[in-house]
Design a protein. Structure first.
Length: 180
């Protein structure tokens, strides 16, 4: 098996896939929380709102401000990463040395842990609501969010994003998946 080509500019289809799956995951997880806790609307809508703010904030605010400034794509002129957040980061944040990029996985509240929490936490949050207030719709949403998480890992990360990334040599995520 030959090494995958490294993209300086990810194809638009990869950017749309990455962000589309991300937004679909966050949106369906939010809706799943509201449905799972529909017997307690204040609780359901509060959980859903807090989760959505957290998920979007860590991905589309923290990522360009905390992670992207040290990424290889942020330093390359005319480059576009798989999320295209390097383009946002150029406008919002000062570049940092590339050796700081690995810091995204250091500490309990590091970006990597928050990112994974935004993807996994809704499963743990929806499940009790589905158990206490069973509905086929709630169970279906739980299963779809779980399927999106698996799709993200096995297809988006393993095939579309990470193998083609210029930062995979410094990225703790790529290293943990054996791609670096």
């Amino acid at each position: 098996m030959s090494a995958a080509a490294v993209y300086r500019v990810y194809p638009l289809s990869s950017v749309v896939l990455y962000n589309g799956v991300t937004l679909l995951h966050f949106g369906l997880a939010t809706a799943g929380l509201a449905v799972a806790y529909s017997a307690w609307p204040l609780l359901g809508w509060t959980l859903a709102g807090v989760y959505l703010a957290f998920a979007l904030g860590q991905m589309y605010v923290m990522m360009p401000l905390v992670v992207c400034p040290g990424c290889a794509y942020r330093a390359m002129d005319g480059a576009r990463c798989v999320s295209a957040l390097n383009l946002v980061s150029r406008r919002l944040a000062k570049a940092r040395p590339p050796d700081e990029f690995g810091g995204r996985a250091e500490g309990v509240l590091c970006h990597n842990n928050l990112y994974m929490a935004a993807l996994i936490a809704p499963l743990a949050m929806i499940l009790p609501g589905v158990i206490l207030n069973f509905s086929i719709l709630g169970l279906g949403m739980l299963l779809v969010v779980a399927a999106l998480l698996a799709f993200r890992y096995f297809v988006v990360f393993k095939r579309t994003a990470c193998p083609h990334c210029a930062a995979k040599g410094r990225c703790p995520n790529a290293k943990s998946m054996g791609i670096a």
